[in-house]
Ligand binder design. Structure first.
Ligand code: SF4
Length: 113
């Protein structure tokens, strides 16, 4: 399959094939492309960003997962964001939901409020 590396603006177009548990990659200009392609084939992950309500305020708090989470967990992370209500004060990097959706990843604030 064709895959475009999104690890830098160069956007290398790679040929990726998987057979018998082995993933082969060509067309990448650096090792990041191979790592990205293998991750996409075996365990694709994404950063998740969104908003969380703030108790007593109309303005929501922007948040993100501290590191990428498995794509299969994105809906659960978004649901947890929807259910949460942050308490002020909050600083950038504060943990809003630890181990969000049992991903092992914390949901953190991306703004000071
Ligand atoms: S393979 Fe390397 S050079 Fe190519 S897009 Fe990915 S990070 Fe950039």
């Amino acid at each position: 399959m064709k895959m475009i590396c999104i690890s830098c603006p160069r956007g290398c177009e790679m040929d990726v094939s998987a057979a018998g548990g082995a993933v082969s990659v060509s067309g990448n200009a650096c090792p990041k492309g191979e790592a990205y392609a293998k991750s996409e084939v075996t365990n694709p992950t994404r950063m998740v960003t969104g908003l969380v309500r703030v108790a007593g305020m109309r303005k929501p708090l922007p948040v993100k997962t501290k590191v990428p989470v498995p794509k299969a967990k994105i809906d659960a992370v978004l649901f947890a964001m929807h259910q949460a209500a942050a308490q002020l004060p909050v600083a950038i990097g504060d943990v809003i939901i630890p181990n969000v959706a049992e991903t092992g990843v914390d949901l953190v604030a991306t703004a000071n409020m």
